[in-house]
Write a protein that binds this ligand. Structure first.
Ligand SMILES: C[S@@+](CC[C@H](N)C(=O)[O-])C[C@H]1O[C@@H](n2cnc3c(N)ncnc32)[C@H](O)[C@@H]1O
Ligand code: SF4
Length: 456
């Protein structure tokens, strides 16, 4: 396994989209085209499957020094109200666009509050935001509403209010329970806090409770990781995200410089943390889903994998696909299936653009036919670990990638036939490497600087 790690542990995308953000063709993107694809996608999909909304709530009181999310650190809660007003105003701009299709009211199927820290916001402000949104939509019969809660500041009232507003899924950031690791990442968070919010969520009736763990953090050892997993399992979350630590200090600046490079486990040590962690989780009844995720067989995530409904987008894995996902808030990314668009990455610029009555997108990508083809296969690999290609649709570039596939097969990571590529159990850890074989935009032009985290 070690030589495989040496060979395949290279910088690579996590494929929450194809093309990946650094390969977006920003020159040929305009807000008008974006709006056009939104209207088209809305008209095509709203009546049947409904739409998804992602709301980015960026504020956190303290900086965790490992964090790669788009956030703004502040203790001033006066930022809440103007931010929420901007989000509601941005939403109104989309409502105006929807009116250009024959359908008037959006059907809301999926809603996710992410961050930053959604529970930085007061219960009253969250209620104001959500009630403002809900009065403009029809809620689907089986809505899927979820949010990210920080164990240190999620209150019983947060959980109860969001439950009453229809939320049934919550994920809590745990990362690691060892004091030395917590200090290095500037996130001191005792087990009692996680236990308290998990028990409240269960008592209130949440159907799916998830914990985020991260492997590869500074000072992590297997003994410590085992301790974290065993403590986690005392609370039996329905799902677990087991993320590989993405060390991207060149993107996030000082935030990740709270520890030294030598405090990080080596590539090989990191892979062992994952392998052993996975084994332990499986012994304890969890099933690995796609990449980075584990679920109990009773959870919807597992059910959606078996039924082939599992989908992946900027929110990570989701239990179903909607064609149109609108991302609201600073840095949020939207997906109309035919195009992607990202909002301004600073709170101020985001708010200024919305105040001017403009959709606050600053870059994006319009997908061509080739992108749509590749996107479909990369999605299949990331969700089902397998994809079927009709022999007459195999593009030329894939034929030139054949030696890479043969190599992956010789290493036991994939099996392929004329019209099928399947990732093996051994290859699961290298899913990103397999997807890269399809990534035409990256094959054409390798990045000139480090832009992706390591694949393993
Ligand atoms: C927005 S946070 C979750 C909500 C809340 N802010 C909290 O920290 O509890 C999303 C999750 O992303 C993961 N994450 C953040 N930075 C990461 C990185 N550099 N590598 C891997 N995972 C990371 C963490 O597991 C974190 O819980
Ligand atoms: S991990 Fe969560 S709380 Fe910590 S800085 Fe990132 S978004 Fe904020």
């Amino acid at each position: 396994m070690n030589s495989l790690i040496d060979k395949y542990n290279i910088p690579g995308p996590r494929y929450t989209s194809y093309p990946t953000v650094p390969y977006w063709d920003e020159q040929n993107f305009t807000s008008e085209q974006w709006q056009h694809t939104v209207i088209r996608s809305f008209a095509e999909s709203n009546a049947e499957e409904g739409i998804s909304i992602y709301i980015h709530l960026p504020f956190c009181e303290n900086l965790c020094t490992f964090c790669a999310c788009h956030k703004r650190i502040t203790k001033r809660h006066s930022v809440e109200t103007p931010y929420i007003e901007s989000v509601l105003n941005e939403w109104k701009l989309y409502l105006e666009l929807f009116k250009k299709s024959a359908i008037q009211k959006p059907k809301l199927k999926e809603l996710h509050l992410g961050g930053g820290t959604p529970t930085f916001f007061s219960v009253e402000n969250l209620r104001y935001l959500l009630e403002g949104l809900f009065e403009t939509v029809e809620i689907a019969d089986t809505p899927e509403f979820s949010f990210e809660g920080h164990p240190n500041n999620t209150s019983y009232q947060h959980l109860k209010t969001l439950y009453d507003l229809g939320f049934r899924r919550v994920s809590f950031g745990v990362q690691d329970y060892n004091e030395k690791v917590q200090k290095a990442i500037n996130r001191v968070q005792p087990f009692e806090n996680v236990s308290r919010v998990t028990n409240w969520a269960r008592e209130i009736g949440y159907q799916s409770i998830s914990h985020d763990l991260v492997f590869g953090l500074p000072h992590q050892t297997w003994e410590g990781m085992e301790h974290t997993i065993r403590k986690t399992l005392e609370l039996k979350p329905d799902r677990l995200a087991f993320y590989s630590y993405a060390h991207v200090p060149w993107v996030k600046g000082v935030g990740q410089r709270g520890f030294d490079e030598e405090d990080l486990p080596s590539g090989e040590e990191k892979r062992k943390l994952y392998e052993k962690g996975k084994k332990l989780l499986e012994e304890l009844g969890y099933i690995e889903i796609g990449m980075d995720h584990f679920s109990l067989p009773t959870d919807d995530l597992y059910q959606s994998q078996i039924s082939g409904r599992l989908h992946r987008n900027f929110m990570g894995y989701t239990t179903g696909k909607t064609q149109l996902m609108i991302g609201l808030g600073m840095s949020a990314i939207s997906d109309s299936w035919y195009a992607f668009a990202q909002n301004e990455k600073s709170v101020e610029e985001y708010q200024q653009r919305v105040a001017k009555g403009e959709l606050p997108v600053f870059r994006g990508h319009i997908l061509n036919q080739e992108d749509l083809f590749i996107r479909r296969h990369i999605l299949n690999l990331m969700c089902q670990l397998e994809t079927e290609i009709e022999p007459d649709e195999v593009p030329d570039y894939l034929l030139t990638s054949l030696p890479r596939l043969v190599e992956l097969q010789n290493d036991g990571l994939v099996n392929f036939t004329e019209n099928n590529i399947k990732i093996t159990e051994k290859g699961r850890a290298f899913t990103r490497n397999v997807a890269m074989v399809f990534d035409l935009r990256m094959l054409r032009k390798q990045p000139e600087t480090r832009i992706f985290s390591m694949t393993v």
